[in-house]
Each structure stands twice: as structure tokens, then as C-alpha cells.
Design a binder for this molecule. Structure first.
Ligand code: GAL
Length: 453
């Protein structure tokens, strides 16, 4: 029933009415009469299925594209975004499935006299930029916050939610990343456990992100139910505003996994939600995040995905083996694939990792089931993901600093007989595997297989 909550309030109310109509008779009427309400139950069920499938059309597989933050940070310009769109096409990445070109923090200017948000000097004409991106067969994403300030200190959407949603739709925006940022002040102000001094310090910080962070880091930040409810309301509010525009806009929640967002992200309209803090371009950061995504697979599915954060592939801080680990793990996790490098200056090696069709096919598999860890021993871990054609994606990872030989544990992997395998990074068929098949995995590396029973 989790996905039922994706829908507009009116649809929800209608569904709830229908569901409660079907429930009441079971309690208050004799059994024989319950047949009379069966059609209503079917109507409710059919409506539910209809709504689920309508919603699932947005992000029916994990979103793929590019985001400006990891490489360009707050200094991104419209020219960078146009160059990213150009490179997405010329590199073949668009044809491999990368579709969204997402501007992160740093595009916002001031509001006009009517309160309409405008781009800053680096983004003089958002509509023209959207048109350009669309002309390449791509989609445009944008970024804001439920707080009054974004994390980099730009204008947020607090108090302007409907207006901003309308502006984005008028520009032709197809995707919104909505980042908690200074809304943490609003939440902290509600906390029962902060002192008057801390409260005053928060108010004085006036939305300046660094000052806020400093104050918040001194305050115990276990969110109360009331605060989580506020957070949900803030996200739901923007979801309603986006829905009211009538434009299909992918909705990406970014609040670092607070309050176990995977349990309620879909209920406030999220198509994806960050499950933790910011990724950095180094192996400890990427691997801690990627291998930390345990036990949340059941919350992901078509239209609503766990998001371990954007890709760092090609930014220079990791080896090719480490970047292959990054890509493989994200594909097994059914994670959004948002490249975070400078697409206009990619090495062939970076492109080969980002555009590996076999690995992308795992990420985009129509079954939409997120994978999980099934086996671990010392520094070795095996993660698997069931795929729609009955095959299984298997990632054999080596988190250690020496290369290792791993004997595939057939029984833990649910393998029997002599299944057929393809090595997705080597790009070759391995034929039939015998029980006891061993493979060598480089330090911090991966061997990724697609195995058909
Ligand atoms: C962080 C977010 C990053 C990036 C940054 C922009 O909160 O996790 O992905 O969007 O803000 O300021």
C-alpha cells in the first residue's frame, strides 16, 4: 500500500473513501451482504493499480543523466550546462540512456518585485537554456530547498513553493532536486532539547549555511516525530505544487536519509531520495556509502528509488578499478546514475565506464528490484540483483588493498548446475560455470557477471 500515497490529496481522499467503504461492511454487516460491496472493492483496487502505473511512468527505471555539483560546484554557469548537454550527445551517453541535465545549487539569483525567482548572472535566461537542452533530446533538472536558503547560501523556496513550481514548469524544467539545507533551522526551532542560547544563535545565523551548520552541530539532532512530520509536510507541499503545474517533473528528495526517508519518501511524492550524506571523490567515501546500502532494497521500485548520491566517475580522485566498483555497485543498487564529471573533457576510460551498456542494462532492468549483499568474507563482498529475464547480476567486490581470488559460493548465490555467465567489464561470454568457479578481483575492484541459470 506504500505507493498509494504518491497521489494527489483528492485522489487519496477518493481512494480512502472507497477503501473505508469496503472495510465498514466487514465489521458491521452480516457476511452474506458483504458480496454487495465487492464491486466497490474492485473499483478501489482498479483505481489503485491505475494510479500506481500512472505514477510509475515517471522514473519507471532509475533516472540517468548528469548533475553539475560534483565537478562545478556553486560556480556552475549556463555555458557549462550547455557544454554538458552537447557532450552528452556527442559522446553517445544520451543514446546509452543518460537523459537529464541537472543544474544543482548556484543558479539562483534574486526574486523580482512579484517574488518570482530569477537566474543569477551565470544563468541569464533559464527558458532559453531549457529550450537548448530540450533541442538535444534531453531534459533539464533544477535545484532548490524547502528552507529560505540553499546549502550554498542561495535563495530557497520557503514561502514561494507554488510560485517556484509554476516558474520551473514555465521554463520547461523536468526534474527538481529539493535539498533540506536551511530548513534544518525551521526544524531545530521546533526541537524541545535546544537551549534559549542555541535558539538565539540559530536565529542570528539568519540562514547563513556555515553559521547554521556550526550551531546545528552543537545541538543534538535526533529528530522528534514532530520534526519528521514537519519535514514530510515540507516535501509534500512542494510535491503538490509540482503536481498542480500539470508538467511531469521528477521529484528528488535530498535530506541525507534523515528520519529513515526510505520509509516515507514515496508517500510524499518522491521519485528518489538520498539515503545519506554527500559523496566525495575518493574510495573511502564512495565505498562507505555504496557498501553501506544494506537492507533498504525493499523500499525501492519503479517510480521510487533509493539514491546513494551522484557519481564521481571521471573526477580524478579514484583509480579505474575503484570507479568500476562505483558503477557496478550503483547498478546493482538500482541507483540513479547521475554523472558528476566534466563531460566535455572525458577520457576514453571514463566514458567506457559510464557508458558500459551491459552494466547500464543491469541498472535499468525493468523488474526494478534493488540488489543487496548476499555474502561477505574478510574484505570480499558479493552483491546480487535479480533481473527481469530470470538472470542475476553478481558483483564480486574486493574492498582490500591486495588482489584476491574468490571462489564463487554457488549455494549462497542460489546457483545450481552449470549456469551461463557473461563478464560485464571484460565484455565477454564465459560460457558455463562449474561449481567452484574462481575469479581474481583487483584491489578495490570488482568482477561483475550476469548469470543465467
Ligand atoms: C548538499 C547536497 C549536495 C549538493 C549541495 C549543494 O546538501 O547533498 O548534493 O546539492 O548541497 O549546495
Amino acid at each position: 500500500m506504500e505507493r498509494i500515497f504518491h497521489y494527489s490529496q483528492s485522489t487519496m481522499a477518493a481512494m480512502n473513501n472507497l477503501i473505508s467503504l469496503t472495510r465498514k461492511p466487514r465489521i458491521s454487516r452480516p457476511r452474506s451482504k458483504s458480496m454487495a460491496v465487492a464491486p466497490i472493492g474492485w473499483v478501489a483496487f482498479t483505481l489503485f493499480i491505475f494510479c500506481v502505473s500512472a505514477r510509475a511512468q515517471l522514473a519507471s527505471t532509475p533516472v540517468m543523466g548528469w548533475n553539475s555539483w560534483n565537478h562545478f560546484g556553486r560556480n556552475v554557469t549556463a555555458a557549462d550546462v550547455r557544454a554538458a548537454a552537447d557532450a552528452m550527445v556527442s559522446s553517445g551517453m544520451r543514446d546509452a540512456g543518460y537523459l537529464y541535465v541537472n543544474i544543482d545549487d548556484g543558479w539562483q539569483g534574486t526574486r523580482d518585485a512579484e517574488g518570482n525567482i530569477r537566474g543569477n548572472e551565470n544563468f541569464p535566461d533559464m527558458k532559453a537554456l531549457a529550450d537548448y537542452v530540450h533541442s538535444k533530446g534531453l531534459r533539464l533538472g533544477i535545484y532548490s530547498s524547502p528552507g529560505s536558503r540553499t546549502c550554498a547560501g542561495f535563495e530557497g523556496s520557503f514561502g514561494h513553493e507554488e510560485q517556484d513550481a509554476r516558474t520551473y514548469a514555465a521554463w520547461g524544467v523536468d526534474y527538481l532536486k529539493y535539498d533540506l539545507c536551511s530548513f534544518r533551522i525551521n526544524l531545530a526551532e521546533q526541537a524541545d532539547d535546544i537551549t534559549p542560547n542555541q535558539r538565539a544563535a540559530l536565529q542570528q545565523s539568519g540562514g547563513d549555511p556555515r553559521a547554521v551548520q556550526a550551531v546545528l552541530s552543537r545541538i543534538s539532532q535526533t529528530y522528534s516525530l514532530k520534526q519528521i512530520a514537519m519535514m514530510k509536510d515540507a516535501y509534500e507541499k512542494m510535491h503538490r505544487a509540482l503536481a498542480a503545474t500539470g508538467r511531469p517533473i521528477v521529484y528528488s528528495l535530498c535530506q541525507y536519509g534523515l528520519g529513515d526517508v526510505w520509509q516515507w519518501g514515496a508517500s510524499v511524492g518522491g521519485n528518489l531520495w538520498r539515503t545519506g550524506g554527500d559523496i566525495r571523490d575518493n574510495y573511502p567515501s564512495m565505498s562507505a556509502i555504496g557498501f553501506g546500502q544494506l537492507d533498504i532494497a525493499r523500499y525501492a521500485g519503479p517510480g521510487h528509488w533509493n539514491d546513494p548520491d551522484m557519481l564521481e566517475i571521471g573526477n580524478g580522485g579514484m583509480s579505474a578499478d575503484e570507479y568500476r566498483t562505483h558503477m557496478s555497485l550503483w547498478a546493482i543498487l538500482a541507483a540513479p546514475l547521475l554523472a558528476g564529471n566534466d563531460l566535455s573533457r572525458m577520457t576514453p576510460e571514463t566514458l567506457a565506464i559510464l557508458a558500459n551498456r551491459d552494466v547500464i542494462a543491469v541498472d535499468q532492468d525493468a523488474l526494478g528490484r534493488q540488489g543487496d549483499r548476499v555474502w561477505a568474507s574478510k574484505a570480499e563482498e558479493i552483491w546480487t540483483r535479480p533481473l527481469s529475464d530470470g538472470s542475476v547480476a553478481i558483483g564480486v567486490f574486493n574492498r582490500g588493498v591486495e588482489s584476491v581470488t574468490v571462489k564463487l559460493p554457488f549455494s549462497s548465490l542460489g546457483l545450481h548446475g552449470t549456469p551461463i555467465a557473461r563478464d560485464l567489464w571484460a565484455g565477454r561470454e564465459l560460457g558455463r560455470l562449474q561449481n567452484g568457479y574462481s575469479l581474481t578481483v583487483p584491489r578495490h575492484g570488482v568482477v561483475m557477471l550476469r548469470v543465467t541459470p
